[in-house]
Design a protein around this ligand. Structure first.
Ligand code: GLA
Length: 397
């Protein structure tokens, strides 16, 4: 072997070793939260968007009942998540969190047992600060191990961990303490980081949590919803099985948006591999709400095993194309009209990563129809204001 070749071979070997070392580091970082959860985005319900602090054990039980009786649980909605305001303002004399006597008199363990008997999972909420955001109950700062043990002993399956009223230190200092505490208790607990995206948790969340909020709180209106989808899209590259970007919980069914807007909301959350956490009163849902949240084909896009989060691949004024590869050589595409007037919008193959000559079959997931003609090069749809189409494209030649 010539001298030059020797040098090249040596360099290649060094690079391989460096790559392997980097992989090991990545794996070690990953394994800080090796709970095996969230291989697809979590699905379920959370109390906050509709009920705020007006929660009690009866309502939580009725919600669990409704998840089963409506058939939602069979579609994958499994988490029943209690948000803020479930505990007394003071810990007991041993420093334990105490479920609020007036609203959760039977305690959280009883609620977990009830929910588990129905084949569902129970989630709870705390905060990496001294008080939660409502200031009506303590946070877990300084009590991480004790609280993680409490949650595990109650049979908790999911922890949303907020960021209010902390000591001013960085979230990257406070969140790992709870990650470690959860790992220590030995119960797999989905860990949802609720840092609102302030310090770009997509960049450091994967070793610590199963999902991380990328935005401030959503409200039940178009502007709030669509801007959260935008902010979340920036971090698409970071989403993967085991760790997801979280643009906040769903508002579908809360009444502040039109049917078309809620369909956009659900479509963008699905294609963005966002947690599908319902935020309405599922004991009293309209047919329209049910139709949206029970769309199996849209849910399947969200739960696709590949876990690629959609990206915006074209923006022209109010018209946008979002797309994500799916397993089985398929591609999910959203054609979105953000504007106030009807518009004809086109998805082009070169934007969505298809060879321009590819012949494609298109399935319209909201019409539940495979389009009669096949498509080559592009696909155009006319969209009402604030509406979208969600297609799954399948190359056939
Ligand atoms: C923060 C979170 C919300 C909710 C409230 C509860 O604002 O971002 O999702 O949990 O706190 O107080």
């Amino acid at each position: 072997m010539g001298k030059r070749r020797c040098v090249v071979a040596a360099l290649a070997a060094i690079m391989l070793m460096m790559e392997l070392a980097a992989l090991t580091v990545a794996e070690n970082r990953r394994s800080m939260l090796s709970n095996g959860l969230g291989m697809t985005p979590p699905m379920g319900w959370n109390s906050w968007n509709h009920f705020g602090c007006n929660i009690d054990e009866k309502m939580i039980r009725e919600t669990a009942d409704a998840l089963v009786s409506t058939g939602l649980s069979k579609l994958g909605y499994e988490y029943v998540n209690i948000d803020d305001c479930w505990a007394e303002i003071s810990r007991d004399d041993k420093g334990n969190l105490v479920p609020k006597k007036s609203t959760f008199p039977s305690g959280i363990k009883a609620l977990a047992d009830y929910v588990h008997k129905k084949g569902l999972k129970l989630g709870i909420y705390s905060d990496a600060g001294y008080f939660t955001c409502s200031r009506r109950m303590p946070g877990s700062l300084g009590y991480e191990e004790q609280d993680a043990e409490t949650f595990a002993s109650w049979g908790i399956d999911y922890l949303k961990y907020d960021n209010c009223n902390n000591d001013g230190s960085k979230p990257t200092q406070r969140y790992p303490v709870m990650t470690r505490a959860l790992m220590k208790v030995g119960r797999p607990i989905f860990f949802s980081l609720c840092e609102w995206g302030d310090m770009h948790p997509a960049e450091w969340g994967a070793p610590l949590g199963n999902s991380w909020r990328t935005t401030n709180d959503i409200s039940d209106n178009w502007e709030s919803m669509i801007s959260r989808a935008d902010q979340n899209e920036i971090y698409a590259e970071y989403a993967r099985p085991g760790g997801w970007n979280d643009p906040d919980m769903l508002e579908v069914g809360n009444g502040g948006m039109t049917k078309d807007e809620y369909i956009v909301h659900f479509s963008l959350w699905a294609i963005s591999k966002a947690p599908l956490l319902l935020g309405c009163d599922i004991r009293n849902m309209t047919r329209e709400t049910m139709d949206i949240i029970t769309n199996k084909e849209v849910i399947a896009v969200n739960q696709d095993p590949y876990g690629f989060q959609a990206k915006k691949v074209r923006m022209e004024g109010d018209q946008e194309i979002w797309s994500a590869p799916l397993s089985g050589y398929k591609i999910a595409v959203v054609l979105l009209n953000r504007g106030p007037v009807r518009y004809s919008t086109t998805a082009r193959w070169d934007d969505i990563g298809l060879d321009p000559k590819t012949v494609v079959q298109a399935r319209d997931l909201w019409e539940h129809k495979t389009l009669k003609t096949t498509f080559v090069g592009n696909l155009t749809a006319t969209l009402r204001p604030h509406s979208c189409k969600l297609y799954v494209l399948k190359p056939i030649a």
